[in-house]
Design a protein around this ligand. Sequence first.
Ligand code: GAP
Length: 494
Amino acid sequence: MRKKEKTAIEKLDKITAIALKRGFFWPTAEIYGGKAGLYSYGHLGKAVKNNFENLWRSYFLSFENSYEIDSSIILPEQVFIASGHLEHFNDPLIECKTCHFRFRADQFIEDNLKIRAEELTPEEMSDLIKKNKLKCPKCKSWHLGQVKWFNMMFPVSMGAVGIKDLAYLTPETAQSSYLSFKREFDAARKKLPLGIAIIGKAFRNEISPRQLFFRLREFTQAELQIFFDPDEINKLNKEEWKEISKYELILLAQKQKTQKEISCEEANKKLKIPKFYLKAMVLVQKFYLEKLKIPKKMFLFRELSKKERAFYNKIHWDIELYLETLGGFKEIGGVHYRTDYDLLGHEKHSKENLHIFYNNKKFIPHVLELSFGVDRNIWALMDIFFKEEKERTLFSFPRTISPIDIAVFSLVSREGMPEKAKEVYNIIKQNFSCFYDESGAIGRRYRRQDEIGTPYCITIDSQTLKDDTVTIRERDSMKQKRIKISNLLTALKT
Ligand code: GAP
């Protein structure tokens, strides 16, 4: 095994061990041996997930005229006939004729031949597997079947009438926004662009769930569907364009070998990315670099080829982060120009008129989708902010993401210190998520908080009882300073 792979596995094992021990996540139904592709969040993991979702919500809903809705996760079969998921939402499946193990053919090729196989047809995959004499990963037999498409949706049979009421667990939150479009458009004063966001569960019957949060069968998506007038796709008002035209996006276009920083102006001229799409890309990149504090070199947009793109997309750039544990840049979201593909499909199949009258014309709005896998983002944050130092491991999460804001400690559990520490704890817990502890060596208590990413620890010691000051210890620098209790809230808020 190469050194890079070994380091990645060791890091993955260390993060997983902390996750299990401290309460970030674990396999669902672990006491029954767990089930591939299903994970549960413990109290710290759920706090990180809530923080990510709240940050996403407050940031992306600031896009003009955008609203969050909620919807059912079970949707009738007609929805997926119209959306094309029943026909096209497939992964390539291969079966070993000897041991009957079934697995994903494109990943099998990628793992063995180190090439991107996503865009190959089943026939091309079968040929490659034969030509390279690849063996079953389980029993090592050469006797492998032909690659076939496998539909990834989970069917559910609703009510007592069975087959007549066939429905599916939604494979993306997006469809519910399309189904709600007409109602929201009317309710939100018939204005475009209109953003409809859903943070919710999605379900995919992944053939080979793997890499922890990267191929789950049940996962959370945060998606914003922006409905707009297609005639406006390359138009922004003067101020908006002035604001972003010089901003440099980190792009890995089809024709490039490595990512480059390219101004929006250049991306519009040379790569023909429409201005409205660029505005969304800028918003996304700023979310990662400025809000989540992801180092620049770990972020990029990757352009997908016609064959790689999802069946509903005309322009498709994935959002990728560099994840050491998974061996390189990995997709954690995407910016998708879905045109009128979905609304048109729903209009045709439902016979409901989804045209609108706007800008003096009748048309079906087009959709620009900002799509994020919440769980993949959580794993990415844990990977990127995990650090090992001589005497400690830590998650140097940005404050907005850390599961606990502040830990309050009494140096010892006597001499009136716990009482004073509880007083301080009661003051700050109104404004922050806090953890209180009064037992054990103080150094060890600091290390335990570093390990879960708590940015500040406040300690009440004998001097507190004399002059009402406490120490604040900052996680990353480990520096401590004394501060008056009366100034504590202001200091912590800045
Ligand atoms: N609505 C568009 C859509 O669903 P997608 O690329 O299929 O597009 C969007 O999924 C995001 O959802 C991905 O970028 C990824 O972050 C997340 N995602 C997709 N499949 C996943 C899986 N099996 N497990 C975890 N996250 C997944």
